[in-house]
Write a protein that binds this ligand. Structure first.
Ligand code: SF4
Length: 522
C-alpha cells in the first residue's frame, strides 16, 4: 500500500474484532500441548522494531536498511513513512522487508527524514490496517508513528475515544495513540504528543515523524530498547537495536533513557522530558532471546550476556557429559559459555535450515511430524554414543523441546540432558511480547521433573532468577522479569475478577488477569 494523501479521521472505517471465547480451558494440568508438528518455533516473539533518520537525503534508503537489520523483531508487516517538506509519504505492506520494498517503492518515499517499522502482531490482529507506520493529519499538520510495545490500558482508552466520536480503522493499540494526539487541541505537535502520552500506560518505544522532525519517546519503565546514533554527515538516527546502526555505519551515542522524550529538528537535538531516576522495567528477555546477539541492548553486549548466562548455568546445573550442543541459533552463545565453564567440548550437533519461510505450506495430518525437522536436523557423527547436553534459551509449551530431544536420541545419543539459559517461563507478557496464554506455558503448571519427563530428557536444568540477574549485571530494580515471576510492574485495566493469567496479548485483549497477583517490588 502506498499513500501520499493522508485521510482525515472521519474517512477511517471502524473495524471491530468479534469477541471470541478463551482458546484454552483453565485446567492446564489436564492439557499438555498436542504435538501437531506445525512448524512453530515454540518461542516468545518480539513485537516490533523501529528505526528513524533525520537529516539525510537518502532517508528512505537508510530506513529500509535499518528495518532490514531489525527484521528479527517482526516478520508480518513492514513500512516506511517519509516527509519531503510538503507531504507525508507512506509505503507499507504485509510480508518481509526485502519483499515489500524495491527501488520503485523506496523512490516513492522522498525527503530527508523517515521512520520505519517491522511488525509481529501482538495487540491487534495481523492485517494491513494494523501495519505501521500509522499516520494522521491533525489540525496542525501530519504525523506518522512507529511503536514497539504494548499499552495495557488500550481498551479503556479506545472506549473513551470511541465515545467521543473517534473512528478506528484497525485493532492495534498504536492507533489509540494516534487518536489521542489528534484529540489534543493546544500546543505544538511535540507538546501534543507529550500530552497524549500522559494518558497511556504500558510499554512503548515510539518514533513520531512530524513536519518538523522526529520525536523519540520511551515509556517511564523503559520496557523496550531504543538507541540514539549519528551518521557521518551529522544525521540523527534512532533504532530499536544497535545492529541497525552498525549496518548503516552510524555511531552509537547512547540509549534513550526510560521516560525520556527527545526531539530532533532544524533547531538540533534536545531532550524535552527526562523523568527523575526511578525503578525501571527493561525487558530481560531482550537479553535472553529477542535481541540480535551482535547488538548492544540496555548498555550491554547481548552476546556476552548470553555467554555469561551459559557459564552461570554450568555452575548451577552441572552434569557429566561428553558434548555441549546448542539449539541454533539462539542457544549458541549460552552453549559456548556452558562449554567454557564446564570444560565439556562444544560441537554443532544440530543444524538449522535458514530457508523455512513464513509461507510454509502446512502438510496434511499424516505427515505433520516433519514440522520441527524442517528447521533442525541432528548431525549423527556429533551425538552418536555420547552423553549430550542440549542448551536452549527457553521452553514455552515444551512441544519443540520434546521433538529436539527425540531427534537427538534417534540420532544415537546415549543420554540427552536439557539445559535452559533462563528461568522457567510461567507467565504471559503484557508489554509487547507475543506469548501463549498461561495454561499453554508448561512451566506454569508442571515441576522441572514433570517437564523433563514430558520432553523425555534424562535431566533438565534451568538458570535461576538470581543467576540470570547476576550474569546480566541486571540490578533488580532496573529490569522486568514478570514472565518468570508474575511480578507485573504495570497493572492492567480494567481488572476482571476471577481470571488468572489466561489471556496473553496474542488474543488481542489483556484481561486484567494479573490485577490481584501484582507484587510491586520494593
Ligand atoms: S514479562 Fe518477560 S517478556 Fe514481557 S517485558 Fe517482562 S521480561 Fe520481557
Amino acid at each position: 500500500m502506498h499513500l501520499r494523501i493522508v485521510p482525515f479521521f472521519r474517512d477511517l472505517v471502524v473495524a471491530i474484532a468479534p469477541a471470541s471465547p478463551p482458546l484454552y480451558p483453565p485446567d492446564p494440568r489436564m492439557r499438555l500441548p498436542v504435538l501437531t508438528g506445525v512448524p512453530s518455533d515454540d518461542k516468545f516473539h518480539d513485537e516490533c522494531g523501529v528505526f528513524g533518520v533525520f537529516g539525510h537525503t537518502e532517508a528512505a534508503n537508510l530506513a529500509y536498511l535499518g528495518i532490514h537489520a531489525l527484521q528479527h523483531r517482526g516478520q508480518e508487516s513492514a513500512g516506511i513513512a517519509s516527509w519531503d517538506g510538503r507531504e507525508l509519504h507512506v509505503h507499507k505492506a504485509m510480508g518481509l522487508v526485502a519483499d515489500i520494498f524495491d527501488q520503485e517503492a523506496i523512490g516513492s518515499l522522498p525527503g530527508s527524514s523517515a521512520i520505519g517499522h517491522t511488525r509481529y502482531s501482538t495487540a491487534g490482529s495481523s492485517n494491513l490496517a494494523n501495519a505501521q507506520p500509522m499516520f494522521a493529519r491533525t489540525t496542525i499538520g501530519n504525523v506518522a508513528v512507529a511503536h514497539n510495545g504494548n499499552l495495557v490500558n488500550a481498551d479503556e482508552l479506545r472506549h473513551e475515544l470511541a465515545a467521543r466520536g473517534a473512528l478506528f480503522h484497525g485493532t492495534s493499540d498504536t492507533e489509540v495513540i494516534v487518536h489521542l494526539i489528534a484529540h489534543q487541541t493546544r500546543g505544538t505537535i511535540d507538546e501534543r504528543i507529550h500530552a497524549a502520552l500522559s494518558d497511556v500506560r504500558g510499554a512503548y518505544s515510539l518514533l513520531f515523524l512530524t513536519e518538523k522532525g522526529i520525536v523519540a519517546v520511551r515509556d517511564p519503565l523503559g520496557f523496550r530498547p531504543l538507541v540514539l546514533g549519528k551518521l557521518k554527515n551529522g544525521a540523527t538516527v534512532f533504532a530499536s537495536e544497535t545492529c541497525a546502526l552498525d549496518l548503516i555505519e552510524a555511531e552509537y551515542i547512547r540509549e534513550i533513557e526510560p521516560g525520556e522524550m527527545v526531539v530532533v529538528d532544524d533547531k538540533g537535538l534536545r531532550t524535552v522530558q527526562r523523568l527523575p531516576p526511578q525503578r525501571a522495567g527493561k525487558c530481560i528477555f531482550e537479553l535472553v532471546y529477542f535481541a540480535r546477539p551482535d547488538s548492544q541492548v540496555f548498555g550491554r553486549s547481548v552476546y556476552t550476556t548470553r555467554k555469561a548466562f551459559g557459564r552461570r548455568l554450568a555452575q548451577e546445573a552441572p552434569v557429566e557429559a561428553d558434548v555441549v550442543v546448542p539449539v541454533p541459533d539462539s542457544g549458541v552463545p549460552a552453549a559456548l559459555g556452558y562449554s567454557e565453564e564446564s570444560g565439556i567440548p562444544y560441537d554443532l550437533g544440530l543444524i538449522r535450515s535458514h530457508y523455512v519461510g513464513r509461507t510454509f505450506i502446512e502438510p496434511s495430518q499424516s505427515i505433520r511430524h516433519f514440522g520441527v525437522k524442517l528447521k533442525l536436523n541432528p548431525v549423527p557423527d556429533v551425538v552418536r554414543g555420547k552423553r549430550v547436553i542440549v542448551v536452549d534459551d527457553s521452553i514455552v509449551r515444551g512441544t519443540t523441546s520434546r521433538k529436539i530431544v527425540k531427534m537427538i536420541r534417534d540420532a544415537g545419543a546415549r543420554e540427552v540432558h536439557l539445559r535452559i539459559s533462563a528461568p522457567p517461563t510461567r507467565w504471559p507478557c503484557y508489554y509487547g511480547i507475543d506469548t501463549p496464554v498461561r495454561s499453554e506455558l508448561i512451566a506454569a503448571s508442571h515441576t522441572e521433573k514433570e517437564i523433563a519427563k514430558y520432553v523425555t530428557a534424562d535431566s533438565l536444568g534451568y538458570l535461576s532468577r538470581e543467576g540470570m540477574h547476576e550474569a546480566a549485571r541486571a540490578e533488580p530494580r532496573g529490569f522486568c522479569d514478570a514472565c518468570f515471576t508474575g511480578e507485573y510492574l504495570v497493572q492492567l485495566t480494567p481488572p476482571q475478577a476471577g481470571v488468572v493469567g489466561e489471556h496473553g496479548p496474542r488474543e488481542g485483549k489483556p484481561t486484567g488477569a494479573a490485577e490481584n497477583l501484582t507484587v510491586l517490588r520494593a
